[in-house]
Design a protein around this ligand. Structure first.
Ligand SMILES: NC(=O)c1ccc[n+]([C@@H]2O[C@H](COP(=O)([O-])OP(=O)(O)OC[C@H]3O[C@@H](n4cnc5c(N)ncnc54)[C@H](OP(=O)(O)O)[C@@H]3O)[C@@H](O)[C@H]2O)c1
Length: 290
């Protein structure tokens, strides 16, 4: 499916996180251009306002709104979900895309390692808080932006936040493995609901995500971006494909690369691990009781 062939999304309400940069921004332009009633989520008021205007101008859509949330804060995620439910009757497509890397181990205000908190618990908590609205809008879709980095990911649930042996890539890979485990476990729980959930690797994309890597690696990223990475627009097409294509209708619990389902890592396929991660994520987010 090409962007040109994007199905008409008029009347579909779509919420996309991490829409102020990179892949999420380009996906927002495509989805709005296809007629979706779009809500972009950013974390910075000024930047989100500028991006809202850019998306409106590039897509020529009048049906775009913005909301704010720092996914490093569980209170902020609750506020986002509450505001969304108060303002919108439907949620046809939720795209969990906001992601981060952190050179140094930092804890969020909730006491969780930041990469795990934003990249995994952010997806977990927002999705669960909006799940009733998504189910009521069925047929509906959830897209979790994961990564091929999950293939090298490990998960020690006794130390999910790397109190011992923190490394930037170890933390990122773990969070992306958690995205795939979460996707599969959620799909299992949603069986029979007409809500699908899939994970996607968008490609190796020239975006700002590696700006948080150590300074000495920046020249390497600059060269890699120029010669080896795909554009944010190309990366966005893989997300939009899962969000909108009739080809994925009814498919759930899958991991996609290049618009094709692909077997995820052995750990990602470990159902017991997926279930344990779910329980641990409930504990860390105090879900369902806030
Ligand atoms: N680039 C790649 O090669 C690649 C490969 C595989 C998977 N991915 C995944 O693609 C997704 C998008 O990343 P990208 O490459 O487009 O990177 P990006 O250009 O850095 O965009 C990341 C987005 O996430 C937002 N974000 C980061 N931390 C946040 C927080 N605490 N609260 C709220 N929003 C936050 C950023 O907001 P600001 O604009 O305010 O910074 C931005 O909108 C991520 O999930 C990433 O893991 C990327």
């Amino acid at each position: 499916m090409t962007t040109e062939a994007l199905p008409d999304m008029t009347g579909k309400t779509v919420l996309i996180t991490g829409a102020t940069s990179g892949i999420g921004l380009e996906a927002a332009v495509m989805l709005a251009g296809a007629g979706a009633r779009l809500i972009i989520v950013g974390r910075n008021v000024a930047k989100t306002g500028i991006v809202l205007a850019e998306v409106a101008q590039r897509s020529e859509s009048k049906h775009i709104n913005s909301m704010l949330c720092d996914f490093a804060s569980q209170a902020a995620i609750h506020r986002l979900a509450d505001q969304f439910i108060a303002r919108h009757q439907r949620l046809d497509i939720l795209i969990n895309n906001a992601g981060t890397v952190n050179a140094h181990r930092r804890l969020t205000e909730d006491g969780v390692e930041t990469t795990f908190a934003v990249n995994h618990l952010g997806y977990f908590l927002l999705t669960n808080l909006l799940l009733d609205r998504i189910k009521a809008s069925a047929p509906a879709r959830i897209v979790n932006v994961a990564s091929q980095a999950h293939y090298q990911g490990t998960l020690d649930l006794n130390d999910p936040g790397f109190e011992h042996g923190y490394r930037i890539m170890h933390a990122y890979r773990r969070s992306k493995l958690a995205n795939v485990l979460f996707t599969r476990e959620l799909a299992r729980r949603l069986e029979g609901s007409d809500v699908t959930v899939n994970a996607v690797h968008p490609g190796v994309v020239a975006t700002h995500i590696w700006d948080g890597a150590p300074r000495w690696t920046q020249p390497i990223f600059a060269v890699t971006k120029k010669f080896f990475m795909i554009s944010p627009e190309a990366g966005a097409k893989t997300i939009v494909y899962l969000a909108a294509s009739p080809e994925v209708e009814g498919k759930s619990g899958l991991y996609f690369e290049n618009n094709q389902p692909k077997e995820p890592s052995r750990l990602a396929r470990d159902e017991a691990l997926g279930e344990t991660l779910w329980i641990e994520s409930e504990r860390l987010t105090h879900f369902p009781s806030p």
